[in-house]
Write a new protein. Structure first.
Length: 236
């Protein structure tokens, strides 16, 4: 009887399975801050905040804050099955050109380490994935440090579970007020607002909103403005 043919195992080579190169491995710093981070002269994000320098390279954040997480804000909408609006991650804009209709996708992202660092960013691109990647990169460049504390008169635990005092922010027609809450209250806010508060490292807070809060970008930007003021007051 003829011998059964055996399939020859082909070894996996770099040409068949190329090595995935991370952005940090191919990073060539272009700014003074970037070079200092790359050479190990700056090892903490707080050092850059103290210098008051603007970060214009996302890789700086990747290097100093490797545990950064992100959340996509649902800014888009389409008609649902039973009527009404179904929220989707991206906003789609159609433009008529000589060659036909072209679509542009916009994404809005929040990044944070759940320990006092948070940032927001908006990205626009011809594809959904590219728009989200741009939004994440911009959010990293907008990263700020916020002040946390226990500012509620009902709580005396002196831990960083809430905010130290009342703060307000405004973007467009939307105005928000952040109020310290006692331990155990949780995040008293809508689902999209909870994303930025959670990534900022806040566990208990009351949020009051005014204006057209259905515009998610303005709502999250107003909360970001209020959180930013906590840091400004702390520096003052």
């Amino acid at each position: 009887m003829p011998e059964e043919e055996k399939e020859e195992e082909i070894p996996v080579t770099e040409e068949i399975a190329p090595k995935v190169v991370s952005p940090l491995e191919k990073w060539i710093p272009k700014t003074e801050i970037g070079k200092a981070v790359f050479e190990g002269k700056i090892t903490n994000i707080d050092e850059i905040f103290k210098l008051g320098k603007k970060i214009i390279e996302p890789e700086i954040i990747d290097k100093l804050v490797p545990n950064l997480k992100n959340e996509i804000i649902l800014i888009g909408g389409r008609t649902g099955k039973g009527g009404g609006i179904e929220r989707i991650p991206t906003r789609i804009t159609a433009t008529m050109t000589k060659s036909g209709r072209r679509f542009t996708y916009s994404a809005f992202v929040v990044v944070g380490n759940e320990d006092g660092l948070v940032g927001i960013g908006k990205g626009t691109a011809p594809e959904t994935r590219a728009a989200i990647e741009k939004a994440i990169a911009k959010a990293k460049l907008n990263l700020i440090k916020i002040k946390r504390g226990c500012g509620s008169w009902e709580c005396t635990c002196n831990t960083e579970h809430s905010i130290p005092y009342k703060s307000s922010g405004k973007t467009g027609s939307v105005r928000v007020i952040l109020l310290p809450a006692p331990k155990g209250i949780g995040l008293v806010a809508d689902d999209e607002s909870k994303k930025i508060l959670r990534l900022a490292g806040i566990k208990d807070i009351w949020v009051k909103t005014f204006g057209d809060t259905s515009t998610r970008i303005n709502l999250i930007s107003a909360i970001f403005d209020a959180l930013k003021k906590l840091y400004i007051y702390d520096r003052g």
